[in-house]
Design a protein around this ligand. Structure first.
Ligand SMILES: [Fe+2]
Length: 183
């Protein structure tokens, strides 16, 4: 049974432990029952970032990806734990090129997430996301800090792959309105 207060407490306790297994288990337990998440957080109807909870030590987002929605490459400067509970989320992971390349990046790997799966992104990870299906895809995203005030975040231009200060309206324009509301 999914309850926000309980989920927040479980995530906090798990993030305080060393390693990744505890937080992975908390997310895996939640996304094993997608109908429970939808009962509590609501039936997804459009691309949106739902703010489930945020505090200085934790941010929990209910991310609803629109059909074929994409993001620019971006970082979080927090550890991120992603649990899918509907549709699919394709991640490309990027790495910075050696010094002298002025903040440019190159693709370094990929991971496709299906419902019930959990992935953990380290603090320094740069990723871009695509929803490859023609319907909504849903995921819980947990960060070990307050994502709304995390400084020095970046995104990378789609064509030149050069670094710029993080701008949510450029990173994924389909979210623009909802991100503004979340603030
Ligand atoms: Fe992200």
């Amino acid at each position: 049974m999914f309850e926000v207060d309980r989920f927040v407490a479980d995530c906090r306790a798990a993030l305080a432990e060393q390693g990744s297994e505890a937080i992975r288990a908390v997310l895996a337990r939640a996304v094993a029952e997608p109908e429970e998440i939808i009962r509590v957080l609501g039936e997804p109807t459009r691309a949106a970032i739902g703010m489930v909870f945020h505090a200085p030590d934790i941010t929990i987002l209910n991310v609803i990806w629109g059909p074929h929605q994409w993001t620019l490459p971006h970082n979080h400067n927090n550890r991120a734990v992603i649990g899918m509970y509907g549709g699919r989320e394709d991640n490309i992971f990027w790495r910075r090129l050696p010094q002298g390349e002025a903040g440019r990046i190159e693709a370094a790997g990929a991971r496709s997430l299906c419902p019930g799966e959990v992935t953990i992104l380290g603090r320094d990870i740069i990723h871009s996301v695509t929803n490859p299906v023609g319907k909504l895809s849903m995921a819980l995203h947990v960060y070990d800090g307050d994502l709304l005030v995390t400084p020095d975040r970046s995104h990378w231009d789609a064509e030149s792959l050069t670094e710029a200060p993080y701008d949510p309206e450029l990173v994924s324009p389909m979210f623009g309105q909802d991100l503004a509301n979340a603030r």
